[in-house]
Design a protein around this ligand. Structure first.
Ligand code: SOE
Length: 382
């Protein structure tokens, strides 16, 4: 019998993200030596048969079909929100008021106003909180953060990020319903701005500090789609593509682009940072490599290094296999849980906090505002 402190989890939502979180909760104690151990107490979703099947597959002890009942349960310590974006605020606020710790999928709110109410609720309740911006926990991206914080890049001039996909190009794809709610603006809040650019923005502000202002353009290429729930052809309200220029507070300039219309690209999240002394570049399709160029290298041998991030002195890697053997996407969620649990022990839960999630929502709000106004828009810091 494990002597670890039990942390009873209640998961809301069993889609793609419910699976990534459940996998992380299940694996974390096998690879990380932690005081706390997550217990898969309950999973909640509206469809009783499907949620029971999910519970059986992932090992949850019980099911609920109403999140209010889950939040009201005395045997639950932490509510993990992996349901669609339009449910985040209500569940998070209720969970915080009930004194539960709260983890929430990204983006935190449908917009900054929602996210601010969520921040106020968790901060008032004083409950540990985190947003699942998982790419902060790719070992190569963490190494990039260390190199920047050590000053190896020197003054930063440029930040460049893209997140390219191609899964919504077909005009026959419906909007709404299971698996396709990201196309329904009433459920998602926005399109690629909140879904994909939000990842780029979270990582960017973590690596390079705050963003002051943006100028953006968005496009909806397919204007109408059948709605899976109503059966009617309805106007599409999401942005299919979104691009913006930004000015960071540290004086660097940035370009960001996200689309679901880049034929051939499935989840091509790339970032590049150019500093006075060095540059860094990273690519999610090759996530265990960090490209590094150091101007201080001897001239004859100067060039881009492709560092294979699998050694035990690379972030998180001593917890995995032997050098040379790679890890993947699902490990970023395991790292996030490991850091969260370690933070409970230390009394200092690391980011991204709900407040960090709010900062990203403020940028995406400014992006959408600028796309509508055609002007540069300031990013709120409230
Ligand atoms: C959309 O396709 C999606 O699944 C996002 O919702 C995730 O946040 C991203 O990591 C991968 O793409």
């Amino acid at each position: 019998m494990s002597k670890k402190k039990k942390l009873n989890l209640g998961l809301v939502g069993y889609g793609f993200m419910g699976r990534t979180h459940s996998n992380a909760f299940g694996k974390v104690n096998q690879f990380f030596d932690l005081e706390y151990e997550p217990v898969l107490k309950a999973v909640c979703a509206r469809d009783a048969d499907k949620v029971q099947a999910f519970a059986n597959q992932w090992g949850y002890e019980s099911v609920e079909t109403d999140w209010r009942k889950l939040v009201g349960r005395k045997d639950i310590d932490l509510i993990d929100i992996a349901s669609p974006n339009n449910t985040h605020e209500e569940i998070a606020v209720a969970a915080a008021r009930a004194g539960k710790m709260v983890l929430c999928e990204k983006p935190l709110g449908m917009n900054g106003a929602e996210a601010l109410r969520m921040v106020k609720a968790v901060e008032k309740a004083g409950v540990p909180n985190m947003v699942w911006y998982n790419y902060r926990r790719v070992p190569a991206v963490v190494l990039a953060k260390h190199l920047i914080d050590e000053g190896r890049l020197g003054r930063i001039f440029h930040y460049r990020a893209k997140f390219l996909q191609d899964w919504t190009i077909s005009k026959d794809l419906p909007q709404g319903g299971a698996g396709l709610w990201r196309l329904d603006v009433n459920v998602a809040g926005s399109g690629v701005t909140g879904d994909l650019l939000a990842h780029c923005i979270d990582t960017a502000m973590w690596l390079n500090g705050g963003i002051d202002k943006v100028t953006a353009m968005t496009e909806t290429f397919i204007k109408q789609r059948p709605h899976a729930l109503t059966g009617k052809v309805e106007k599409v309200g999401i942005d299919d593509a979104s691009a913006f220029l930004a000015r960071f507070s540290n004086g660097s300039l940035a370009t960001f682009e996200a689309t679901r219309y880049a034929r051939g690209h499935k989840a091509l999240y790339t970032l590049e940072i150019n500093g006075e002394q060095a540059s860094i570049s990273w690519d999610l399709h090759d996530l265990h490599r960090l490209q590094f160029f150091d101007h201080k290298d001897e001239g004859r041998l100067r060039g881009w290094r492709s560092v294979h991030i699998t050694d035990s002195d690379h972030p998180y890697m001593k917890n995995w296999w032997v050098p040379g053997l790679q890890i993947g996407y699902e490990h970023t969620f395991i790292h996030q849980v490991a850091d969260f649990l370690a933070g409970l022990t230390d009394g200092k839960v690391p980011g991204p906090s709900f407040r960090d999630g709010l900062a990203t929502d403020h940028v995406t709000d400014a992006v959408l505002k600028s796309a509508a106004s055609g002007k540069w828009e300031k990013v709120s810091r409230k």
